[in-house]
Design a protein around this ligand. Structure first.
Ligand SMILES: *Cc1c(COP(=O)(O)O)cnc(C)c1O
Length: 407
């Protein structure tokens, strides 16, 4: 019989063990134990108000009864069956995504990076195999974008810090300036496979597309025979107060990727596109073992059924406006110089002290993080209520004051 060393009970020893055995690419701040709705508790019983939501993932907060019910029931039926078979849960997820979006078909996968990887592969196959155009070797993405951590996704990510040491990167990626159509016009042409863009740049600092920018991309893509891919991994599934951000902007892409909020905490991603573009895949072109597994699909179905209710989306828009108002009324030397965002995807630009403010907020019982170097990011569960926002604003004000008072 093998003997396992028991897990330490002492919080510091536990943290040390976590650091010693975990990936050197992370620096976690706390050990969390459980959550309920808008709140989470650490292993010492300290309570936090959660305005990070697992990084825009827990769309319905922690342990939403509909998601818990769906996952528990499905776990007792079948969790994984492979794509050699289908399940009611997966078919229902596909049906909902297709009914609720521009798409006709869904490739289900497990993360945002994988959804983007799949979108790049489908776009290339469509241009090459369906349209027979082998000259289209280039993908245009944007500076300050974020598309995930696989090799193709970091290459599409227009931020050099994500590239360092990972060379050689796959060729064929070009970068334009976000919200600058002239910079796209200078790159797009007969060699362009697709333009890949976030309707609101998330990790890059919560930067919404300017009026006319996405429309302009749509026109440029149509004119030059390129496909338009929206990375809605963060903006999708109700985050902006519309089920998908493309609906907020009134511009329809050819391909759309989803992940983060889709499973309400269960890992699931999706690539949504049209019948025409899915001609690019034939049996065997692309696959993933866990993609569309019944457990993840059941969670996604529960989330989509709740979030797609018009009254729920109206709530997201109302709460977003309320939070923006509160953040705009913060005061003192570190008060935000700009508050940006759509729905409940909100950035407050505070300058180089952003990380220190995040730490002070955490110590005061509020979880949020930063996006870019100088912006606080608030992506709370979409079920957030006005009193949660009042409590959040109070703590952010205290955190600003604490950091401003430091020598
Ligand atoms: C988080 C994110 C990704 C990556 O998703 P993972 O699930 O971490 O792979 C891709 N694109 C955008 C816009 C994101 O916000």
């Amino acid at each position: 019989m093998t003997m396992h060393t028991p897990l330490p009970t002492d919080p510091e020893a536990l943290m040390e063990l976590g650091y010693r055995t975990g990936s050197t690419s992370y620096a976690p701040q706390l050990i969390l134990d459980h959550g309920k709705g808008m709140e989470v508790w650490d292993i010492q019983g300290k309570r936090y108000l959660d305005f990070l939501a697992g990084i825009a993932v827990n769309a319905l907060g922690h342990c939403h009864p509909r998601v818990v019910e769906a996952v528990q029931t499905q776990a007792g039926q079948a969790m994984q069956i492979s794509n050699a078979y289908m399940s009611r849960a997966q078919i229902r997820m596909q049906q909902l995504l297709v009914e609720l979006s521009f798409g006709d078909r869904v490739f289900a996968c497990n993360s945002g990076a994988e959804a983007n990887e799949s979108a790049i592969k489908l776009a290339r196959r469509y241009q090459r195999v369906v349209r027979g155009d082998t000259n289209r070797t280039e993908i245009i993405s944007f500076n300050h974008s974020f598309h995930g951590r696989t090799l193709a996704a970091i290459t599409a990510t227009g931020q050099p810090k994500y590239h360092v040491g990972f060379e050689p990167l796959p060729p064929g990626f070009l970068y334009a300036e976000y919200n600058d159509l002239a910079s796209v016009e200078a790159l797009i042409g007969p060699r362009t496979t697709a333009v890949l863009v976030e309707p609101i740049q998330g990790e890059g600092g919560i930067r919404p597309a300017a009026p006319g920018f996405l429309e302009g991309l749509r026109e440029l893509c149509d004119k030059h025979g390129a496909l338009l891919i929206f990375d809605e991994v963060q903006t999708g599934v109700g985050r902006t107060g519309h089920l998908f951000a493309y609906q907020h902007y009134g511009v329809t892409p050819d391909l759309m990727t989803l992940a983060k909020g889709l499973g309400g905490g269960v890992p699931v991603g999706a690539l949504v596109s049209t019948d025409e573009i899915f001609k690019g895949f034939v049996k065997g072109s692309h696959a993933t073992t866990f993609g569309g597994n019944p457990l993840a699909s059941a969670a996604a179905v529960a989330v989509l059924e709740v979030v797609s209710e018009p009254s729920f989306l109206a709530h997201v828009r109302a709460m977003g406006e309320y939070l923006v108002g509160k953040l705009n009324s913060l005061s003192g030397p570190l008060a935000p110089r700009e508050v940006r965002g759509v729905g409940l995807m909100i950035g407050a630009e505070v300058g180089p002290k952003a990380l220190a403010i995040m730490g002070a907020g955490r110590d005061l019982g509020l979880l949020f993080n930063t996006a870019g170097a100088d912006t606080l990011r608030f992506v709370p569960p979409l079920i957030v209520q006005p009193d949660d926002i009042d409590a959040c604003a109070l703590i952010v004000q205290q955190a600003l004051d604490v950091v401003a008072a430091r020598p």
